[in-house]
Write a protein of this length. Structure first.
Ligand SMILES: NC(=O)c1ccc[n+]([C@@H]2O[C@H](COP(=O)([O-])OP(=O)(O)OC[C@H]3O[C@@H](n4cnc5c(N)ncnc54)[C@H](OP(=O)(O)O)[C@@H]3O)[C@@H](O)[C@H]2O)c1
Length: 353
């Protein structure tokens, strides 16, 4: 298989990490980077051995050597650059959250559909083999009927108004940045438990705090009720270190993912703990290549097959739409600052639910 030629939009923290992932992938070649600054593009290209450094995102999209783009800007810029990348006929891996609300996400998928390009939201944790293992265990009834899901993602970042996490203009707040991991995990597990790729919550109660200075959601929790009365308790936070585990409790036992969100960035082993009622606790080990290399390879395989979207457990379009809608509802119920999805109906398309 010929290597997939990637271009990266943006030169921030995750751009560097994903560049390493492409370099360590089986299928990818990093041929170009685009930045709003000529100097940043040049420095990033030098540091990562990239042939082309473009002084604008437009120039990167006009580069005929680029087949797929990885969009690594802050959240509010995802929408514009996904639309422009689709129009330029580039395949797209867009960082999470897909957009800042549902309508943006739906427009992105419409653009990918109309331009016949691949599009995926980059929840890389879904590509890791421990997720496939977790799904297998649930499907096999290893822990009986799933009843309660617990998931947290939070880290202690010092308050800094310049940091995009605390900056409203840059889509700040925990729910959009890391809460979406917890919503997507709960939706995945609840779906698998009822024989589907994902499920939508039927009820939502929310709690948390909007920072007085930052005016963004700094910590937040939600209780969700899914079909079959499956309850999920999720939380996220920007100024507190959380447990950062996922635990699935069923009628016959429990599964705990000790490192659910960013496992094995450099490749290696991660563990799931399996408890079965009345039996000794087991530690199940999963070995994997570097996390972001797995993600780059998954995208390349789909593109090689002519797919427009990924299959579960990676993020399909309908899964991303359901997830951003839930993040929208969580933020709205918290009175977090907008923007939110507008009331206007989104035209139904063949890929939507
Ligand atoms: N999946 C993951 O593991 C993961 C981890 C971290 C972050 N993320 C996601 O990736 C995205 C970027 O996060 P990050 O932590 O890498 O952010 P970051 O370090 O702040 O970098 C963002 C980059 O976007 C570009 N950019 C474009 N418009 C901008 C604007 N108005 N203000 C600031 N920068 C702008 C900049 O590159 P140029 O100046 O070169 O144009 C900047 O370096 C976010 O959506 C985040 O949710 C994902």
């Amino acid at each position: 298989m010929a290597k997939l030629r990637w271009g990266i939009i943006g030169t921030g923290r995750i751009a560097k990490i994903f560049a390493d992932g492409i370099l360590r992938s089986q299928t990818g070649e990093l041929v170009a980077v685009g930045s709003r600054s000529k100097a940043k593009a040049r420095d990033f290209a030098r540091a990562n051995n990239i042939a082309q450094a473009h002084a604008s995102y437009e120039a990167l999209l006009a580069d005929p050597t680029v087949e797929a783009v990885y969009i690594a800007t802050p959240h509010p810029q995802h929408h514009e650059w996904v639309l422009r990348a689709a129009e330029a006929k580039k395949h797209i891996l867009c960082e999470k959250p897909v957009g800042v609300h549902y309508d943006e996400a739906a427009a992105m998928m419409q653009a990918a559909w109309e331009n016949s390009v691949f599009f995926m939201e980059a929840y890389m944790y879904r590509c890791h083999p421990q997720i496939a293992r977790m799904i297998e265990l649930i499907r096999a009834g290893t822990i009986g009927e799933v009843r309660v899901i617990k998931a947290s993602f939070g880290f202690a970042v010092p308050y800094d108004p310049e940091n995009r996490l605390f900056n409203r203009e840059l889509g700040g707040g925990g729910i959009l940045d890391i809460g979406g991991y917890c919503t997507s995990m709960a939706r995945l597990i609840a779906g698998v438990a009822v024989g589907k790729p994902f499920a939508e919550a039927e009820r939502l109660s929310v709690f948390g705090q909007i920072g007085a200075e930052s005016e963004v959601d700094e910590y937040a929790a939600a209780m969700l009720v899914f079909p079959n009365d499956i309850v999920a308790m999720i939380s996220c936070g920007l100024r507190l270190q959380q447990e950062n585990h996922v635990r699935i409790e069923g009628s016959g036992g429990a599964i705990t993912l000790l490192d659910p969100w960013v496992p094995n960035v450099n490749g290696g082993e991660t563990s799931l703990i399996l408890e079965r009622n009345g039996e000794a606790v087991e530690t199940l080990t999963v070995t994997s290549p570097p996390l972001y290399a797995i993600e780059a390879d998954l995208v390349a395989h789909h593109i090689a097959k002519g797919d427009r979207q990924a299959a579960s457990p990676a993020m399909s379009w309908a899964d991303s739409l359901g997830n951003i809608r839930l993040q929208d509802e969580w933020r709205r119920a918290m009175d977090a600052p907008g923007p939110f999805t507008q009331a206007r109906p989104v035209a139904p398309t063949p890929y939507q639910e």
